[in-house]
Design a protein around this ligand. Structure first.
Ligand code: IPM
Ligand code: MG
Length: 372
């Protein structure tokens, strides 16, 4: 019997290709796992009206961790048009399976390390080493949305709030509402994870990202809690920055930052920015981590235009697999994979198209595996 049970969720597009590549590397590192395939993605939306079928939910309840590729997402109306005829007109609404998975399994930490490996010509600057903690279940992704807005809600808002001037008398089908819900629990646990990480890995500073000067209720709460939690970690410096300003400062001087913690949408934004600073989405790895389950995935999407070409860079997924090993406590194997990846990058002989080369996804995976 294998030591671990791993859900293998390739999803759509290049998700299939990058997972295949990561598995080559995991096998070479001697990771002792049984991989169980799970259906997820666009195909199952079209055929079954559910991109994240119940059987896959069940599978995730019975594994040690999961590797996830990528999913194609489309706006609600475009998604409905692609359902098989029998499912048309049933009012099915497409929701991103990965967002659902994060919420359903309470994978509240989205951990996105952005480290520039030596010799990568795509590095924005040498030696960037940022770690992002993104809140992964609530905030702008809470899923409480209205379009059209029901009359009860319009009435309530008119009574208890003072919306902008042209709100008065506006019919419900002429506007939409997406609620940003931040709880004390949700904020506190992600902030604590960021500080705990800083403590464990001897990081000097945690920067809290927000927009509390304008979005005062939710981001104000986030910042307030961060200040409370920071008191428990006197050896770690805490500072904070508005989301708009930090995008500029991160580019101006990435070395002023270390660990960053942010509510959901802001974390989504800065993780793309930071991934670009260390080579682009081909290098952006991530883990969706809860107390019981964790799902590891590259930050990039399904890249439909490259499907079947085996040309995308698998390093993001290989590094996500390495994070999975760390989470499972297989620290030595994780280090072996990271070192092998770093060597291939530094040698610069095998490069995928984004790195200016012509090597395929599988050639890159094999090059990394050869260094193990
Ligand atoms: C990410 C992605 C997802 C997100 C999409 C695919 C729903 O951008 O993991 O960063 O917005 O969280
Ligand atoms: Mg994103």
């Amino acid at each position: 019997m294998s030591k671990y049970k791993i859900a293998y969720l390739p999803g759509d597009g290049v998700g299939v290709e990058v997972l295949e590549a990561a598995k080559i590397v995991l096998d070479k590192a001697g990771f002792d796992a049984e991989y169980i395939h799970g259906d997820i993605g666009w195909e199952f939306w079209c055929k079954e009206g559910d991109a994240f079928p119940e059987r896959t939910v069940e599978l995730l309840k019975n594994v040690d961790a999961a590797l996830f590729g990528a999913i194609t997402s489309k706006p609600v109306k475009a998604a409905q048009a692609e359902l098989v005829p029998e499912l048309q007109g049933k009012g099915l609404v497409y929701r991103s399976p990965i967002v659902r998975m994060r919420q359903m399994f309470d994978l509240y930490t989205c951990l996105r390390p952005c480290k520039g490996y030596k010799g990568n010509s795509l590095n924005f600057k040498e030696n960037i080493d940022l770690v992002i903690f993104r809140e992964n279940t609530e905030g702008m992704y809470s899923g409480v949305e209205f379009n059209p807005v029901p009359d009860e809600l319009i009435e309530l808002l008119s009574k208890i709030s003072k919306p902008f001037a042209h709100f008065k008398g506006i019919p419900g089908d002429q506007f939409a509402i997406s609620c940003k819900i931040n709880t004390r629990k949700g904020s506190e646990r992600i902030i604590r994870k960021a500080f705990e990480f800083a403590k464990q890995f001897n990081r000097k500073k945690v920067t809290v990202v927000h927009k509390s000067n304008v979005v005062r209720a939710t981001d104000g709460l986030f910042l307030e809690i961060a200040k409370e939690v920071a008191k428990e970690y006197p050896d770690i410096k805490m500072d904070d920055a508005n989301i708009d300003a930090i995008t500029m400062w991160l580019l101006k001087n990435p070395f002023n930052y270390d660990v960053l913690v942010a509510p959901n949408l802001f974390g989504d934004i800065i993780s793309d920015l930071c991934a670009q600073m260390v080579g682009g989405l081909g290098f952006g790895c991530s883990g969706n981590i809860g107390d019981k389950l964790a799902v590891f995935e590259p930050t990039h999407g399904s890249a439909p235009k490259y499907v079947g070409m085996y040309k995308v860079n698998p390093i993001a997924t290989v590094l996500s697999a390495k994070m999975m090993l760390e989470w499972l406590g297989e620290k030595e194997k994780a280090a072996v994979i990271e070192n092998a990846t770093a060597k291939v990058i530094e040698e610069g002989k095998v490069k995928t198209y984004d790195m200016g080369g012509i090597s395929t996804t599988i050639e890159m995976a094999k090059a990394i595996a050869d260094k193990i």
